[in-house]
Design a binder for this molecule. Structure first.
Ligand SMILES: *[C@@H]1O[C@H](CO)[C@@H](O)[C@H](O)[C@H]1NC(C)=O
Ligand SMILES: *[C@@H]1O[C@H](CO)[C@@H](O)[C@H](O)[C@H]1NC(C)=O
Ligand SMILES: *[C@@H]1O[C@H](CO)[C@@H](O)[C@H](O)[C@H]1NC(C)=O
Ligand SMILES: *[C@@H]1O[C@H](CO)[C@@H](O)[C@H](O)[C@H]1NC(C)=O
Ligand SMILES: *[C@@H]1O[C@H](CO)[C@@H](O)[C@H](O)[C@H]1NC(C)=O
Length: 789
């Protein structure tokens, strides 16, 4: 049996709705697109393997060959990314014979551990890729023949498999970072069966294998996130490989469990020492990466845990921007931040003082003594050579240099982000930020970095951070929230194809290809296009389309900074375009609650309500009885005087538009009773049982039948469910069923409509009668009988 909403429940609901409006307005995405929206507009498609359950563990996006290579559990895929049809090829790649059984023998899990999880896919030479997998705790590597550009071949010689120790971890769940350069593979990982030997390795190529020291601990339980080769200058001898990771912060003293994020680096031409540090890195140094926001009382909130790093490469290959996602999770606070670092700041810290501790009982401080020459961390190259003293390789470095390097791996100063603060902060959100990629987009007024951020619930946020003039404040604008995967699942990697203008998001459910932009989605009017503030899109005079720089098109309107359509779209028939008003009639019952639904396309817009009675228009007075919520106007207790035409207007960035015009008619007691009891004769008993006036009149069931976008429908459904949750989950299926049957069933809806129509006629004639014989208040059952005929 359905219960009627008690005023108490409604109060709770309203409080919740009102709270969410005010707290999150600025942080909510401008547009939310559901999985269904993305599929139905061809914005995205999903590849989940030939057997329907590909959990992606490695990705290599090959822009040159126009192919996407994927690694999973015992499997490799090659997908062509052509504009028309895409084609996929598969290689089955299980562990070597016997290894799976051995792995199971050691007590590991047959499903999640004792298989070959591909962790590494790197281009090797013009025809081959290097692939490495965990091989059921026996790491192995192989070369995959992928052919030349234009041909789609994908084969592997299963006999030509190498030992992959030091190239990928044994455990598929262990963190791992790698980069392949100059025929050599740099890896940051745990390189043993037990996962205790944390190490930075260099392997393959002609030189002997290099690794970090074992006896002096240079790394403390590191969790490697990324590795990249970044040149210093034109001299290849100064090329350095940077590692990004978090580790236990030994310098933080007694504080148990403190972790810091690091950037560490080695020279690519490091070959170790002659007598000390033989085949061990002699140029390894590291520094702390700080990402924090100033808090009250001068105490900063630090985001210490690194989640992902993206290198925004530019024409100047020496100075990419380093985008990094950080998290902090404590009992009181869960937050995420994106910080951007400049290479010049990182280099400056590495050129600064070393961190030093005189002995176990001393404090950490900056090393102030004499630093031996060549300074540790500097690569052997022309610039450090002195007359009569040349350093051809690290083997020529004096022992004093190597000793100093072993004892001082950490720099004293930390690296701060550009502007000393994050470009984006998200606190106490019901999801986690996991992955980031950035696309630098040319717009009418300059370059914008569009961030695509993958979450742990299968969504991707498309965000820009705007720097307002000279102030340090950044404004973050979430342009879109894309529900890429149908069900919540963590995004494990993101890649952008500039050529295809597509994003590839992988997860345990496969890989999604998503178009970076779809400008039509924003609407059909100049103002809507302008309010979107999407650097990819501009108004071209007749529609919202992809902005193409330097094109010959004369007419282009875009305002990313301010999103001010009043300035951009003056001559664009503003009001006419946008007042796509929906005219509706809603019936409410006296002394009962009623809801007038009105949801703006953008959650960032604020809604105002006007009411029109006898040519007089005024703003609706809001109070405890009449409340404006996220989804519309709620009358908790309807008076007869509330009758009128309600106008819902949205306002965003100074721009106003009318969204709906709703005629509210107030039914009086007996009328409703009649309507309920008579309207349903002939319907099934279950419906009759459950019919209650309150419920029917104000439920936003119109959302089901309205021709709005499916995302709007989705939102109404969610909202509807939220309310139901409050009322009591046990009733949920009944309520849903009831709503569907009562309002969303076409036959019933038509019936209902004609009922209402008849009622209106009846009311109209009653009104006429009333005005003839003024003073008569009763609406007699006589009028109502007309419905049944
Ligand atoms: C999506 O693609 C299919 C097949 O290519 C096409 O038939 C359909 O019209 C497209 N839909 C939209 C909304 O572009
Ligand atoms: C690429 O490497 C593979 C594996 O070592 C080798 O067989 C092949 O000949 C190489 N191809 C080229 C073009 O160098
Ligand atoms: C604006 O609307 C009016 C009336 O519909 C129309 O005559 C006029 O051509 C429109 N102007 C533009 C620029 O579209
Ligand atoms: C609504 O409440 C008023 C005041 O309590 C009362 O006079 C009126 O009869 C009620 N109307 C209905 C339909 O219950
Ligand atoms: C709402 O209207 C229904 C139907 O007329 C009535 O049964 C119910 O008592 C009313 N609820 C309130 C709270 O007035």
């Amino acid at each position: 049996m359905m219960k009627i909403f008690s005023p108490c429940f409604i109060m709770i609901i309203v409080a919740l709705l009102v709270a969410t409006v005010s707290a999150t307005k600025l942080n909510v995405p401008r547009l939310r697109l559901s999985h269904k929206d993305l599929l139905s507009t061809n914005r995205s498609s999903i590849f989940s393997g030939h057997h329907g359950h590909l959990s992606v563990t490695a990705v290599f996006l090959d822009e040159y060959r126009d192919r996407l290579f994927l690694g999973g559990k015992d499997v490799l895929y090659s997908l062509t990314l052509g504009p028309v049809s895409s084609e996929s090829k598969e290689i089955f790649w299980p562990p070597l014979p016997g290894n799976r059984e051995d792995c199971i023998q050691t007590g590991k899990d047959p499903q999640t551990e004792c298989a070959n999880f591909v962790r590494l896919l790197q281009p090797y030479n013009r025809t081959h890729l290097l692939a490495c997998g965990t091989g059921a705790f026996q790491p192995m590597c192989a070369f995959i023949y992928v052919g030349h550009r234009g041909e789609h071949v994908f084969t592997m010689d299963p006999l030509n498999v190498e030992n992959g120790r030091g190239r990928v971890p044994h455990d598929p769940s262990f963190p791992f970072a790698s980069t392949f350069s100059g025929g050599e593979l740099y890896t940051g990982l745990t390189a043993d069966f037990l996962g205790r030997d944390s190490v930075i390795f260099r392997s393959m190529g002609g030189r002997s294998t290099m690794r970090t020291e074992t006896d002096q601990k240079l790394l403390h339980d590191p969790k490697f996130i990324a590795a990249h080769l970044i040149p210093d200058n034109d001299d290849r001898d100064n090329d350095k490989v940077y590692f990004f990771f978090t580790e236990k912060a030994t310098e933080a003293g007694e504080r148990e469990g403190a972790i810091h994020t690091r950037v560490g680096r080695v020279c690519a031409n490091d070959v170790g020492g002659q007598r000390v540090l033989v085949n061990k890195w002699s140029t390894f140094i590291k520094a702390r990466l700080v990402c924090s926001v100033p808090g009250p009382h001068g105490i900063d909130t630090h985001f210490n845990q690194l989640e992902d790093v993206f290198l925004m490469r530019t024409k100047d290959e020496r100075n990419p921007d380093v985008y990094a996602i950080f998290s902090t999770i404590s009992n009181v606070f869960q937050g995420f931040a994106v910080c951007v670092y400049r290479m010049t700041d990182i280099r400056e810290v590495f050129n600064g003082p070393f961190a030093h501790k005189e002995g176990p009982d001393y404090q950490w401080g900056a090393y102030e003594g004499r630093v031996p020459y060549p300074r540790p961390g500097v690569c052997p190259s022309k610039i450090i050579n002195q007359p009569g003293r040349e350093f051809g390789s690290t083997k020529d470095f004096p022992d004093s240099v190597l000793q100093f390097a072993r004892n001082h791996p950490l720099m004293w100063r930390p690296v701060y982000p550009a502007l000393r603060r994050p470009v984006l902060v998200k606190a106490n959100i019901p999801y986690k930020l996991k992955q980031i990629v950035v696309d630098r987009v040319e717009a009418e007024d300059g370059l914008y970095d569009v961030m695509f951020i993958g979450t742990d619930i299968g969504t991707v946020l498309k965000v820009i951070a705007l720097n307002n003039g000279n102030s340090l404040e950044t404004e973050e604008v979430t342009l879109e929230e894309l529900q890429v995967f149908k069900v919540p699942t963590p995004i494990t990697s993101l890649h952008i194809s500039v050529k295809r203008q597509a994003l590839y998001a992988s997860s345990p459910l496969g890989v999604a290809q998503v178009k970076l932009h779809r400008c039509e989605t924003y609407g059909k009017a100049c103002a809507e296009c302008c309010l979107a503030r999407d650097p990819y899109c501009a108004w071209d005079g007749s529609s919202c389309t992809r902005f193409i720089p330097n094109s010959k098109r004369r007419y282009r309107r875009q305002d990313i900074r301010h999103g001010n359509p009043a300035l951009q779209c003056v001559d664009q028939n503003l009001s006419e375009d946008l007042d796509v008003t929906e005219d509706r009639v809603v019936f409410g019952t006296e002394n009962n609650s009623t809801f007038l639904e009105c949801v703006p396309r953008s959650p960032q817009a604020t809604v105002t309500w006007l009411v029109q009675r006898d040519d007089h228009k005024e703003e609706v007075k809001l109070d405890d009885r009449v409340m404006s919520t996220d989804q519309g106007l709620l009358f908790r207790n309807l008076f007869h005087q509330d009758e009128g035409v309600y106008i819902c207007r949205s306002r965003e960035h100074g721009f106003t538009q009318t969204l709906a015009r709703i005629t509210l008619e107030v039914l009086q007691g007996e009328t409703v009773d009649e309507l309920m009891s008579r309207g349903h004769t002939g319907n099934s008993d279950s419906i009759k049982d459950r019919s209650t006036g309150t419920f029917r009149v104000w439920m936003p069931c119109s959302a089901y039948s309205r021709g709005g976008s499916s995302s709007q429908i989705g939102q109404s459904r969610i909202w509807f469910k939220d309310i139901m949750q409050l009322i009591g989950p046990s009733n949920l299926p009944h309520v849903e069923e009831y709503c569907e049957r009562m309002w969303c069933n076409d036959k019933l809806r038509r019936k209902h409509k004609s009922m209402i129509e008849k009622y209106r006629q009846a009311q109209e004639s009653a009104r006429k009668t009333r005005s003839k014989s003024s003073g008569e208040r009763n609406r007699t059952p006589r009028d109502l009988r007309a419905w049944e005929e």
